[in-house]
Design a protein around this ligand. Structure first.
Ligand code: ATP
Ligand code: LTN
Length: 335
């Protein structure tokens, strides 16, 4: 397929209120691509229902996630911002790709294992084939680059394998995508347990800092972050908590480990935690005020959704009709 621009695609689930992990690992980097890239950013509501959702809340979070995209600097005139379920080609391509994905490879996905353990009473088939829908999202747009946090590496690798397998049988169908993982901020850990990823659906509110948390809450959560019994700000064995806070501080300020160690030499964890809270609240303040303005304007958000879905659908249809032809479906007769 002829492309005059590199294609970028990524998505965030409206499965909770977004965290600084989502911000530093993903959304912040969505704005990093120059004009010769065309970017699609999707609110992946179909992925979200792999875990049981309250319908009214899912709807509200879908609007909120779109508003946050825009508040974080994504201009809907320059990027295609849309909702996954508005472009039904995603689900359709997912079915076809399901038939080219092996049970064994899906069984090896660590996110599936983690989520199955967390939702033992609802290990549904969608949770299992989640990565195939993600591959469909990416491959529909002939995507070159996928900006994501570190936890999605395995899913990107699977999307590449599916694309290569499909191209092996039906040459020239898909662009084989590559992950685009940031240098810093790619893996922010829970503030309550630094061996666990910070996750927006964590039940412990003290484990996560949310993009929309008020200033005093952000400061308090960092103050309470679990560290070790030492006091020196540096990385080391048994100092995962401090290491995580250094990652956050570095991702927020651009400072290196060396600079951070020097800045806090002899000052103890208390000062360090207070500084992170302040910086984090400062960085998020403009995002929060933009969000508040945008989320009140449902009509505007709906116009963005419509424009984005129309743009996305046009390109999704081109890939999907190629796929349908290749696998041997008869083109439906249209009058
Ligand atoms: P859930 O808790 O519902 O599984 P999540 O917080 O893991 O959600 P996703 O919607 O699955 O968030 O992820 C959106 C993007 O944010 C992905 O690119 C993902 O890699 C990134 N991301 C999520 N958590 C982190 C984190 N702790 N550190 C860095 N990046 C993250
Ligand atoms: N699985 C991703 C969300 C996601 C996504 C995508 C990311 C769904 N489809 C396509 C990049 C490209 C997650 O972060 N859990």
């Amino acid at each position: 397929m002829f492309k005059d621009k590199k294609i970028v695609f990524s998505g965030v689930q409206p499965s909770g209120t977004l965290t600084i992990g989502n911000y530093l690992g993903a959304i912040r980097n969505f704005t990093a691509f120059p004009e010769d890239h065309h970017c699609y950013y999707c609110v992946v509501d179909e992925h979200a229902i792999t875990v049981r959702q309250d319908p009214a809340e899912l709807r509200r979070r879908t609007y909120e996630t779109l508003a946050l995209y825009i508040a974080c600097g994504l201009d809907p005139e320059k990027n295609t911002l849309f909702v996954q379920s508005h472009v039904t080609e995603h689900a359709e391509l997912c079915w076809i790709l399901d038939c080219y994905t092996m049970f064994g490879e899906l069984s090896r996905m660590t996110q599936f294992k983690d989520k199955s353990a967390k939702n033992a009473d609802n290990i549904n088939a969608g949770l299992f084939t989640y990565p195939v829908l993600m591959a469909a999202d990416i491959l529909l747009y002939q995507t070159d680059l996928v900006p994501v946090g570190n936890d999605q590496k395995q899913h990107i690798e699977l999307a590449r394998n599916i694309a290569e397998r499909f191209n092996g049988i039906y040459p020239g169908t898909f662009t084989v995508p590559e992950g685009f993982i940031p240098q810093s901020g790619a893996r922010i850990m829970s503030l309550a347990d630094p061996t666990k990823k910070m996750s927006k659906s964590d039940e412990n509110e003290n484990a996560v800092v949310r993009i929309l948390d008020p200033r005093d809450v952000i400061i308090r959560k960092f103050k309470r972050a679990v560290t070790d019994s030492g006091s020196e700000v540096r990385r080391g064995e048994g100092k995962e908590g401090v290491g995580n806070l250094m990652n956050v501080y570095s991702a927020l300020t651009g400072k290196t480990d060396e600079e951070i160690e020097k800045e806090f030499a002899g000052r103890g964890y208390g000062d360090f935690k207070a500084a992170i809270g302040e910086v984090c609240a400062d960085v998020l303040a403009p995002v929060q005020s933009e969000f508040t303005r945008l989320v009140a304007d449902k009509k505007y958000l709906e116009s963005v959704m419509k424009k984005g879905a129309d743009e996305a659908r046009y390109n999704a249809c081109r890939t999907l009709s190629k796929v349908r032809r290749k696998v041997g479906f008869i083109e439906p007769v249209r009058d």
